[in-house]
Write a protein that binds this ligand. Structure first.
Ligand SMILES: O=c1ccn([C@@H]2O[C@H](COP(=O)(O)O)[C@@H](O)[C@H]2O)c(=O)[nH]1
Length: 239
């Protein structure tokens, strides 16, 4: 599976989203299950998507004491998800406990940490007591994440180039806030187009509404793939 695309299934019900899922091809994208769908439908969603051959990112952003988060990450990985995440703000001990539990049980699920939500900007950070620009806060939390031995971070594509420079290409940079030229920004603040994100060093692009709420989701996905194919054709430095 070489596609960097992860389609976010932010829907209330599995039955609502299955027509879209059945139009998608597991060789063209992975799927992300988040808080709404998982809270309403539970692990049956994962079974259903796995049965269709999809790799699943379970995006529940665990943030709690180390013992609780480690147990939740273990539960997610036991269900065969490809990727799971925690909040880096939970700290080193929490992230290490989550990594350790996967290691102890020989589970290969990728564990990553959310740095600064892509819906936040510098002003939003100040309101929650963080007087550091988003880019610096992302770098700080990414360093903590790497020190704790996790596979990478969730960040915006705007920070991807600096993260690649500091941590290398293998450290995962999973970037929501992807907005093709044809899409609205919605509640996202730190956004980039698919081509800009890949050029900047994003390893995975999370895309929800620009595809799932498009009049023609498959046409929207194809347009994004065409944009990425152009980056591949011209090389990362062009455009
Ligand atoms: O910082 C973050 C972390 C997670 N998300 C999630 O990604 C998708 C983005 O959906 P869009 O419709 O493309 O905006 C959504 O599921 C978020 O929960 C994020 O946006 N930012």
């Amino acid at each position: 599976m070489s596609s960097p695309l992860i389609v976010a299934l932010d829907h209330a019900r599995l039955e609502t989203v299955l027509p879209l899922v059945d139009a998608l091809d597991p060789r063209r994208c992975r799927l992300k299950v988040g808080k709404e769908l998982f809270t309403r439908e539970g692990p049956a969603v994962l079974k259903s998507l796995h049965a269709r051959g999809f790799e699943v990112f379970l995006d529940l952003k665990f943030h709690d004491i180390p013992n609780t988060v480690a147990a939740a990450v273990h539960a997610a990985a036991d269900q065969g998800v490809w990727m799971v995440n925690v909040h880096a703000g939970g700290g080193r001990a929490m992230m290490s406990a989550a990594r350790e539990v996967l290691k102890r049980h020989g589970l290969l699920t990728r564990l990553i940490a959310v740095t600064v939500l892509t819906s936040m900007d510098d002003a939003g950070l100040v309101e929650v007591g963080v007087d550091t620009p988003a880019a610096d806060q992302v770098m700080r939390l990414a360093q903590l994440t790497q020190d704790a031995g996790l596979a990478g971070v969730v960040c915006s594509a705007r920070e991807a180039a600096a993260l690649r420079e500091r941590f290398g290409s293998d450290f995962l940079k999973v970037t929501p806030g992807i907005r093709p030229a044809f899409a609205q920004t919605d509640d996202q603040r730190r956004v980039m187009t698919p081509a800009e994100a890949i050029r900047a060093g994003s390893t995975h692009l999370v895309i929800g509404r620009p595809v799932t709420r498009a009049n023609d989701p498959m046409a929207a996905l194809s347009a994004i793939e065409t944009e990425l194919a152009e980056v591949e054709r011209t090389g990362p430095g062009e455009g």
